[in-house]
Design a protein around this ligand. Structure first.
Ligand code: ATP
Ligand code: MG
Length: 576
């Protein structure tokens, strides 16, 4: 690969549109180009790096016994109607009609197609278990595509689907993928954590996410310092709530004027009570299946806590939970935000367990400028659902061991789900069991954000000069600089070295451009290629080639006939 002939448009300018470092460096290094919001072309070096990811994914999927197929990107809407997701999958699903007015969509994921394939082809328990996967372009009409390859509308995913005869088999398939995923992310050289996760719109009962630790991450992880507990903050359980203090006399309920106190902090100050003594009441609109698909609910948490809407959604079995503006709450319910409370509230009330342990609390009186004091759950208001509703927060203890929790930002690069019979039952996907009965498949699904991995890797591996690719993900292993284009001896030595590296199977980019040395060094650093070879001044003076490691900056001078072996040894060491 000769740099002079490559489409490799590097630039010094930091593109204004790029907020995060991976996006900036992918653009500056000429790895990708934007076509339109959240839709990118991969230029040669970008594609090479992407293929490094897919090669490792393929090897490990193969090792795990999964079979590669390729499913279509255009899907019939009918299948999504069968699974029930046509209604629920929001505007991220890009829908359209073909010339015969048939509903279609672009694949955001493939459960329906995989389940359809299974019901047609897997007829007997003898054929099970099966794990099929593909690496394919996905389309999700994300509301906010951003951060370059991190959140695209069009992106590349590896998705796998397992079909088993029973729960035990499905658990084995899940475990098999869990092991494979850990191998994949370790081999990619990423600093990552596997965390307990919410199942989201895919549905199903049980899931883990694989998170690359990086400040630019859009997810928050909760990690225990003392044990292995790790969870997405959406899911992180709260340690059991202590029982209410016994023997505290219950005060009577009384309405008090609290003018201008809309926020918990101002109510607390006005009434001289701690925020923990206040019940915070939040109004949401939920959507779900059934005769009354839309409903307003009130969610209660302690004043110093926040509602975790994913937990609320799961507690209520809802498909969606939407927040409302102050104006909407007034328009739809005639309730004054800031003064809402559960006493005499004509809505379904969902309370965090902690609220149920409160005694003589403060809550809004559903009247502007008034609160109640002496509010006691059960006596003064009824609750339809209680449970773990609040977001875990700093100071909370590990639900497993009581250890200290801490928070980290992460980028989700993989997600594995136990689906159970969620899709097979809805789509009537069955096989014949040993006794001759038809039974639904027990399924799992397993995704990897192949293109997002590139961004995540760069977030973790860069300095102010550019990318520092770990060897397994580097588009090429070596960049070879010829610094004496006008000098015949240098040029022919560089040329020979290039050929020798190629012959030895080393992946090498040969910078044979007519550029100043400074520009070549800068580009080599920007591109993040792990090893740099320079044929320049030291070669002319002493016959030595300089080998430099991008990561450590360490340089070694080598006689030209030792270069190939030295390079091969480093590559082997870093791929081991
Ligand atoms: P997110 O919460 O980040 O939107 P998700 O839960 O919707 O992710 P999955 O449906 O589990 O994602 O998809 C599998 C993998 O595909 C994710 O783990 C992620 O790495 C990747 N992925 C999802 N959405 C995008 C996107 N918009 N751009 C790039 N990669 C994505
Ligand atoms: Mg998503």
């Amino acid at each position: 690969m000769r740099y002079s002939k490559m489409l490799l448009p590097t630039s010094k300018e930091v593109p204004a549109e790029a907020e995060v470092i991976s996006h900036q460096l992918l653009l500056r290094g000429g790895f990708i180009r934007k076509l339109t919001a959240g839709v990118y072309s991969y230029l040669p070096l970008g594609l090479m790096a992407l293929r490094k990811v897919t090669a490792i994914v393929r090897e490990e999927m193969k090792r795990a016994g999964a079979q590669e197929i390729l499913m279509p990107m255009v899907q019939p809407g009918d299948l999504w109607m069968e699974s029930g997701r046509w209604q629920h999958y929001g505007p991220e699903l890009l829908r359209f009609r073909d010339r015969n007015e048939r509903e279609c969509c672009l694949s955001p994921t493939q459960e329906e197609v995989a389940t359809d394939l299974a019901r047609r082809e897997l007829l007997s328990y003898r054929q099970l278990p099966v794990n099929i996967y593909h690496i394919q372009t996905k389309y999700r009409d994300e509301m906010r595509p951003r951060f370059g390859l991190m959140r695209c509308r069009e992106f590349i995913m590896k998705d796998a689907y397992s079909f088993d005869a029973d729960d035990e088999g499905a658990a084995r398939s899940y475990e098999n993928m869990r092991v494979a995923y850990n191998r994949i992310f370790a081999r990619l050289g990423l600093d990552y954590r596997m965390v307990e996760a919410d199942s989201g719109s895919i549905g199903g009962s049980y899931s883990h996410e694989f998170m690359v630790l990086a400040d630019a991450g859009e997810d928050t992880l909760v990690l225990c310092r003392d044990c292995s507990y790790a969870a997405n903050v959406e899911k992180a359980m709260v340690a059991p709530v202590p029982a209410p203090a016994a023997g505290v006399p219950l005060e009577e309920l009384r309405k008090v004027a609290t003018p201008g106190t809309k926020k918990v902090a101002t109510v607390a100050e006005f009434l001289k009570v701690p925020p923990q003594q206040i019940i915070k009441t939040m109004i949401y609109q939920i959507e779900r299946d059934g005769p009354e698909p839309r409903e307003f609910v009130a969610a209660l948490v302690r004043g110093d806590r926040e509602v975790q809407t994913v937990k609320l959604k799961n507690l209520l079995g809802a498909n969606e939970v939407n927040s409302l503006t102050e104006d909407q709450v007034w328009e739809f319910l005639r309730l004054p935000v800031g003064f809402i409370g559960p006493v005499n509230l004509p809505l379904r009330v969902v309370a965090d367990s902690e609220v149920m342990a409160m005694v003589n609390a403060v809550a809004g009186a559903n009247e502007k400028g008034f609160h109640y004091q002496g509010v006691n759950p059960e006596r003064d208001f009824s609750v339809q659902v209680t449970g773990d509703l609040r977001q875990i927060a700093a100071g909370d203890r590990c639900p497993h061991c009581g250890g200290l929790l801490h928070f980290r930002e992460g980028i989700e690069v993989g997600h594995i789900f136990k689906l159970g019979a969620r899709y097979s039952e809805a789509m009537n996907a069955t096989f014949q069991d040993r006794e001759g009965r038809q039974r639904p498949f027990i399924m799992g699904c397993y995704g990897i954000g192949v293109s997002r991995i590139l961004a995540a890797c760069i977030e973790q591996n860069h300095d102010r000069n550019g990318i520092i690719f770990p060897m397994p993900l580097a588009p090429v292993q070596v960049i070879l600089l010829n610094l004496g284009l006008e000098d015949e001896a240098l040029t022919s030595a560089a040329e020979e070295l290039y050929q020798a590296l190629l012959a030895a199977g080393v992946e090498v980019l040969f910078d044979d451009r007519d550029e100043r040395p400074g520009a070549k060094f800068k580009d080599a650093d920007l591109l993040g290629i792990p090893l740099r070879l320079t044929v320049g001044r030291t070669f002319k003076q002493e016959g030595l080639v300089e080998l430099r490691e991008r990561k450590s900056g360490e340089t070694t001078l080598l006689p030209v006939d030792q270069v190939v072996a030295a390079v091969q040894a480093r590559i082997r060491r870093e791929l081991a």
